[in-house]
Every structure is written in structure tokens, then in C-alpha cells.
Design a protein around this ligand. Structure first.
Ligand SMILES: [Fe+2]
Length: 195
């Protein structure tokens, strides 16, 4: 088994494509609400495609395509999630950036009722896009604790208070460590699998 794994050259995750029922509505949301730029658009293999990015290093981070069937069934475990995509997640720089994003949401789409979560490892804001894909906007904390952890997050608190509460939460969880230590350990585990 290891022999097979060792032959897999390294790659990094880059982007994903979403099938849409109303590609125009989805484009407006990702451009106007989330700040993406349309880098290209066109048609291939029968699909209209819109390429979206927020980073000049990536031609596209999300591709919107046509052809999603109407009335997809709900997720059977929890209808909050999509029938096939569990989450699409975007990283922000730090806690002030996450708070600024929250303020932007409240200003621009007051009808959206985000869900706020403290995972110990990350602070997250969750919301649905117009076709009910579940989006996460998150910031990594300085800590690791075994996942999943899903506790309420109050972004109205001072940064110091959020940090203090989060460290307590993470330390209460199992396998607590500073995130830098966890990264060293998981890197060794990954390397060992490929050795
Ligand atoms: Fe996540």
C-alpha cells in the first residue's frame, strides 16, 4: 500500500466548481457579496462557465457552471448541509478581519442569519449562498484540539476575551496542543505514510 502512495507526486488543493440552477444569481452573490472578480467566462462541453477568483495567483478559485437539477433532495443527516457538498470554506487573516466580515454581512444582507461557531481550532461564520451551499468564513486559532468541536461564538466580545475563552475550550478538549506543534506532528505522520 505504502509503495502505491509513495508514487503519488505532491499536489495542493486549488479550486472547485459548483453546478448552479441560476448562474446569474450565483454570480451576483459571489461578486457583489463576497468580492470575487470574474476572471473569465464562456461555454464548454455544453456548460456556461463563470470563473471567479479573489487572488491573482489563482486564475479561478470557484467555477460556476450550469446544469444543476432543480429540487435536489436535502441532506439526510442535517438539512443545513447540502445533499453533496458539506461546506465550502474561506480563510480570513485574523479576528478583526472576521469581525469586519461579519459587519459587512449585517450591512449588506441583513436577511442572512449566520451561524457562529467556536471550534477551538478556528472561529467560524457559516451562511448559505443563494442555492443553499453551506459556506464557512473562518480564522485559525493558535491551538489544536481534536475535532469536531462546535461551540457558540460571540463576536461581540473583545478579541482578548474571545482568545481567553477559546484557549479554555481548546484545553478542555482532547489532544490539546499549540497549532505549531500539531503541524510538526501531522507533517511527520504524513511523511511517514509516504516513506
Ligand atoms: Fe470547516
Amino acid at each position: 500500500m505504502n509503495e502505491v502512495i509513495a508514487r503519488v507526486p505532491h499536489f495542493r488543493f486549488s479550486h472547485m466548481g459548483l453546478c448552479t440552477s441560476d448562474i446569474g444569481r450565483m454570480e451576483r452573490f459571489y461578486v457583489d457579496m463576497l468580492g470575487f472578480t470574474v476572471t473569465d467566462r464562456g461555454n464548454a462541453l455544453g456548460c456556461d462557465l463563470v470563473f471567479l477568483s479573489r487572488d491573482p495567483m489563482d486564475h479561478h478559485q470557484i467555477v460556476l457552471g450550469t446544469g444543476r437539477p432543480a429540487d435536489l433532495p436535502a441532506n439526510t443527516a442535517n438539512p443545513m448541509f447540502g445533499p453533496c457538498i458539506n461546506q465550502i470554506s474561506f480563510a480570513l487573516a485574523d479576528l478583526p478581519a472576521l469581525k469586519a466580515f461579519d459587519a459587512h454581512l449585517r450591512r449588506r444582507c441583513p436577511a442572512v442569519a449566520p451561524l457562529y461557531a467556536n471550534h477551538g481550532t478556528a472561529w467560524s461564520i457559516y451562511l448559505h449562498d443563494p442555492e443553499r451551499n453551506f459556506l464557512e468564513f473562518f480564522v485559525d486559532t493558535p491551538w489544536y484540539c481534536a475535532q469536531p468541536v462546535f461551540e457558540p461564538l460571540d463576536l461581540g466580545l473583545d478579541d482578548d476575551e474571545i482568545l481567553a475563552r477559546t484557549e479554555r475550550l481548546a484545553r478542555e478538549g482532547s489532544s490539546f496542543s499549540p497549532i505549531a506543534d500539531w503541524r510538526v506532528a501531522i507533517r511527520s505522520a504524513m511523511d511517514a505514510r509516504l516513506a
